[in-house]
Structure formats: C-alpha cells, structure tokens
Design a protein. Structure first.
Length: 72
C-alpha cells in the first residue's frame, strides 16, 4: 500500500552545508504537522521527499555531529 502525504504547504529549510564541496543539498520541512520530519534533495524540489520519524532523525543528527561526514 502506498500512501501520499501532501507537503505543498511545508516551509523548507536548507542545510547550512548546502552548496559546499560539490553541492550536496538537504532540505528539512520545518513546519510539518505530523510526527515525521520531511526531508528532500534541494536540487530536486519537485522530486520525492522522505518522512523520517523523530527517533531516526535524532540518531541521524547525533551521527552527523559525531562523525562530521568526513568534513574534518
């Protein structure tokens, strides 16, 4: 079963790393009313978005901060 969520009214916030080192861009929906956080590729704003649960998002952020994703 596929379910579609309307994200047309979401305000997107671009990552502070966007456009650096090759243009890897991530946007997060900051005002989505559900528990899940919408995330998309800012280079493809009309493409798909992922809805990520709060625990998974917290784990992702913790890993990104600890590892720095190779940024030193």
């Amino acid at each position: 079963m596929t379910r579609t969520t309307d994200l047309s009214a979401v305000v997107w916030r671009k990552s502070s790393y966007s456009g650096q080192n090759g243009g890897d861009c991530l946007e997060v929906g900051v005002d989505h009313p559900g528990a899940a956080l919408p995330v998309r590729d800012s280079k493809n704003p009309h493409g798909p978005a992922l809805l990520i649960g709060p625990h998974a998002w917290q784990a992702f952020i913790a890993h990104a901060r600890a590892d720095g994703f190779g940024r030193g």
